[in-house]
Design a protein around this ligand. Structure first.
Ligand code: GLY
Ligand code: MN
Ligand code: MN
Length: 435
């Protein structure tokens, strides 16, 4: 059986279990539609409902539905309007045609009448545009069903892993083009163009706004306003950018020093080494939270090794200083969404872990299991806003911090699959295959 055939079988079993547990007979998943700008008639880029692309590798078909009744073959209601304004949807059924009943519709009313009385025992999952909001379904976006489905999604099927590997291959190729553009002296916007051109992507096809940051900009965690003119001196380059394949996401960060010698280059190497060291600590049954704390200790060690502090690494962590340099989480699940769902869920019934007061931005508190894919993305930056409260504190070596400020910071990010006895690094494997 193909990976995709197995994937559909797994989804049927997951939905059967989730529907049974939450008291519905069927689910109707709306692909969504593009929102329109205020006081305008131009739409924002369309983003498909993740639970729609969970079933099908179709990301560009608004106003379509998947209907799944427990135990039965799923139905795709594919929306094709009689419309001379827009290009018709061109759908390739090769991969999935055998596993779905395909019904082409011209209106949402057709779907409603085709489903008839079945709607009354159906949970509708999707953004509630008119007229869907008025349909007599059993429930609309019931949290119990969504939690159940989200909990299950943490473990990836073989088909999903194939898609994630391909997304990483695309992103790695684009990253290499971006790196070359940086060393050729390009501006941030030129680097973004080189990135997209390398994989023939439109900007709306990348899974999140690429972070393309030169010099101090790399300390701005979600920097996405690209300078159009190259800076007089490019000292450092941090790129956090992804790609998608069949709707599955890659999320990769690399950092480069313009000069291949000197303390900033050494700092990049130290963070890179620590990132690989933390990956080697991953094993099923351990907790991602513990991994995050272990990373803080490694960052504390780097901060002391590079003379950012006059105290011990233990004191740097205990006094809360690492949070100022590494303020975000170690990582998150990744899959159909860049920040994939379910990281706080303790069980399929929706019970959840409490967020840590010391580490409030960590999105993944679940234990580590085979089949999960998550990112590992330590960073170390000079974020002045976070350092303000320590102004004048003698534990800090402010001269060293002043030296790092013009470079911004460092982040290295890979996506990792947990296997029965360790990990597969989807990102490093993708880069290696391009060598
Ligand atoms: N690119 C967003 C993140 O790394 O989480
Ligand atoms: Mn990430
Ligand atoms: Mn990222």
């Amino acid at each position: 059986m193909s990976h995709y055939a197995n994937h559909v079988e797994t989804l049927q079993a997951r939905f059967d279990e989730a529907l049974q547990a939450t008291g519905f007979e069927s689910a109707l998943i709306y692909s969504g539609q593009a929102a329109v700008a205020f006081l305008d008639d131009n739409p924002y880029p369309f983003r498909v409902n993740p639970l729609f692309k969970y079933w099908l590798p179709i990301t560009d078909s608004p106003k379509s539905f998947i209907y799944y009744r427990a135990g039965q073959k799923p139905v795709l209601y594919l929306y094709k309007a009689r419309d001379f304004w827009h290009a018709p949807i061109d759908i390739d059924v090769t991969l999935w045609g055998d596993f779905f009943e395909l019904k082409v519709v011209e209106s949402l009313a057709q779907v409603r009448s085709d489903l008839g009385d079945a709607l009354a025992s159906t949970a509708l999952i999707g953004e509630l545009y008119e007229p869907l909001d008025g349909w007599d379904t059993a429930a609309k976006n019931p949290q119990s069903l969504i939690d159940h489905l989200h909990y299950q999604r943490a473990v990836k099927t073989d088909y999903e892993l194939e898609c994630l590997r391909k997304a990483n291959t695309l992103a790695a190729r684009a990253h290499n083009a971006a790196r070359d553009a940086f060393y050729a002296g390009a501006s941030e916007l030129e680097i973004q163009h080189a990135y997209l051109a390398a994989i023939n992507f439109r900007e709306q096809e990348v899974p999140y706004n690429s972070i393309i940051a030169l010099n101090q900009h790399s300390a701005i965690l979600h920097y996405d306003v690209y300078d159009r003119v190259a800076s007089a001196e490019s000292r450092s380059f941090l790129i956090d950018a992804g790609a998608t394949y069949n709707g599955y996401c890659a999320d990769i960060t690399r950092t480069y020093a313009a000069k291949k010698t000197g303390f900033y280059q050494e700092l990049v190497e130290a963070v890179d080494k620590a990132e690989q060291a933390i990956i080697s600590e991953i094993s099923p049954g351990t907790s991602y939270y513990d991994l995050h704390v272990s990373m803080h200790h490694k960052i504390a060690q780097i901060l002391v090794d590079f003379n950012f502090f006059k105290i011990s690494p233990e004191e740097v962590y205990e006094r809360g200083y690492t949070n100022a340099f590494f303020p975000h989480g170690l990582g998150h699940y990744i899959g159909l969404q860049v920040h994939d769902v379910g990281g706080f869920l303790k069980a399929a019934d929706g019970s959840s872990y409490e967020r840590s007061a010391r580490h409030p931005f960590l999105r993944l508190l679940r234990d580590i299991e085979p089949g999960q894919v998550f990112t590992i993305e330590p960073g170390l930056y000079v974020v002045d806003q976070l350092l303000e409260e320590f102004d004048g504190n003698d534990d800090f070596n402010w001269t060293r911090i002043t030296e790092l400020r013009p470079f911004g910071g460092v982040r290295i990010e890979d996506s990792v699959l947990v296997t029965a006895n360790g990990t597969e690094n989807l990102t490093r494997d993708a880069f290696d295959a391009l060598k």
